[in-house]
Design a protein around this ligand. Structure first.
Ligand SMILES: [Zn+2]
Ligand SMILES: [Zn+2]
Length: 185
């Protein structure tokens, strides 16, 4: 069966997660939005290190802030496979909107986006880079979705997220870490 409309939003992880195994978080049953996906490697392991660009390195207003800006890589701590999973230049409602409207020249205009070698995200309490229970939380603008569906009935609504958070549990000290918090609208 071809998924369409809102069923895609609820049943499909956004395409930025296609290199991983993403399972619907139990919370989604009670609270349809935002959509939460538990991330794992295709090998079956769920422990991971996330690599990207710490906000504190790019914005001098937040020197101690370790949360990552994109592009972001997911590295499995079991099989060591590493895959790029989120790049705000091509993922999220602003970039997807540019694609829909056929303005490819406008892709790549994100204000804060890292370049060069990536840094592993470290727990703000103990510095550990291995995280467990990594959850990606995608936020959507309800009213904007209805308009999009009117205009583009076959749209892949799951990709039209306006904000994304990742959380994970530190494998050493158990601290619940905010790994990234990025607006994509
Ligand atoms: Zn793996
Ligand atoms: Zn820790």
């Amino acid at each position: 069966m071809e998924l369409n409309g809102y069923s895609r939003l609820y049943d499909m992880p956004p395409r930025c997660l296609q290199g991983l195994s993403a399972s619907s978080d139990p919370d989604n049953v009670l609270h349809p939005l935002p959509r939460k996906w538990r991330l794992g490697c295709t090998c079956g392991a769920t422990g991971a290190t996330l690599h990207g660009y710490p906000l504190g390195h790019l914005n001098p207003l937040y020197p101690q802030n370790r949360t990552l800006l994109s592009p972001v890589d997911y590295e499995c701590i079991s099989c060591r496979r590493r895959v790029e999973i989120l790049d705000t230049d091509i993922h999220g409602v602003a970039s997807e909107g540019v694609r829909l409207e056929g303005r490819p020249g406008d892709i790549g205009c994100t204000a804060y986006r890292g370049e060069g070698p990536k840094t592993p995200f470290g727990c703000p309490v103990c510095g550990e880079t291995q995280m467990s229970n990594v959850i990606a939380i995608f936020h959507y603008n309800d009213l904007g979705l209805a308009d999009l569906l009117d205009e583009y009935p076959n749209i892949h609504l799951e990709n039209m997220f306006s904000h994304v958070n990742f959380t994970g549990t530190c494998s050493r000290c158990g601290h619940l870490c905010e790994i990234l918090d990025i607006s994509t609208s």
